[in-house]
Design a protein around this ligand. Sequence first.
Ligand SMILES: Nc1nc2c(ncn2[C@@H]2O[C@H](COP(=O)(O)OP(=O)(O)OP(=O)(O)O)[C@@H](O)[C@H]2O)c(=O)[nH]1
Ligand SMILES: [Mg+2]
Length: 190
Amino acid sequence: MIIKKSEFCISAPHVQKCPVDNKPEYAFIGRSNVGKSSLINMLCNHKGLAKTSAKPGKTLLINHFIINNEWYVVDLPGYGYAKNSKTVRNKLEQMIAQYILQRKQLINVFVLIDIRHEQQKIDREFVDWLGESNVPFSIIFTKADKLTPGKAKNNAYEWMNASKTDGKSCRPTSSPPQKRSRDATKCSTT
Ligand SMILES: Nc1nc2c(ncn2[C@@H]2O[C@H](COP(=O)(O)OP(=O)(O)OP(=O)(O)O)[C@@H](O)[C@H]2O)c(=O)[nH]1
Ligand SMILES: [Mg+2]
């Protein structure tokens, strides 16, 4: 896939305000500051497309970017930023959950995980919730450049292993997008 054109489309405060066309979309989610917006800019080779910040809590809306006039990349707010009030955190969680559960044209959710840390409860719960909700997802580890390659590989392995311990959690699958539907089983249980 060659990305020839990437443009900002709309920032929506809730799923009802997202674009009304039926173009497929791919969303990026993870804890605040994990690198969602930076990854979108890198993938699109478009500096400044999504707004980034060294401070957590930058992205607060559902941001749609139209790619090649054909499909969307969606930059979601981060979850779990402790310095936000409980009210703000709840509001963001609701915005994210409604978008993920109601958006019919959502093909896949990319969950970004900071590879430097051991598995965080909030990430684990989020990934388990995606699995239980039959939402297709893939895990992307970020900030590997801050570790040695060996340590990064080991941490990624341990993260995935920790997700298999109770026999219930979901592993990401990689079926072709056209075969995925919101109703199909998207994750394999381990
Ligand atoms: N070293 C390193 N820094 C990164 C990486 N990805 C992102 N960053 C930095 O991490 C900070 C946060 O990046 P963002 O892309 O704004 O993170 P975000 O997940 O969109 O954050 P929120 O919108 O606040 O939820 C910025 O200072 C980025 O430059 C990475 O892979 N390696
Ligand atoms: Mg962001």
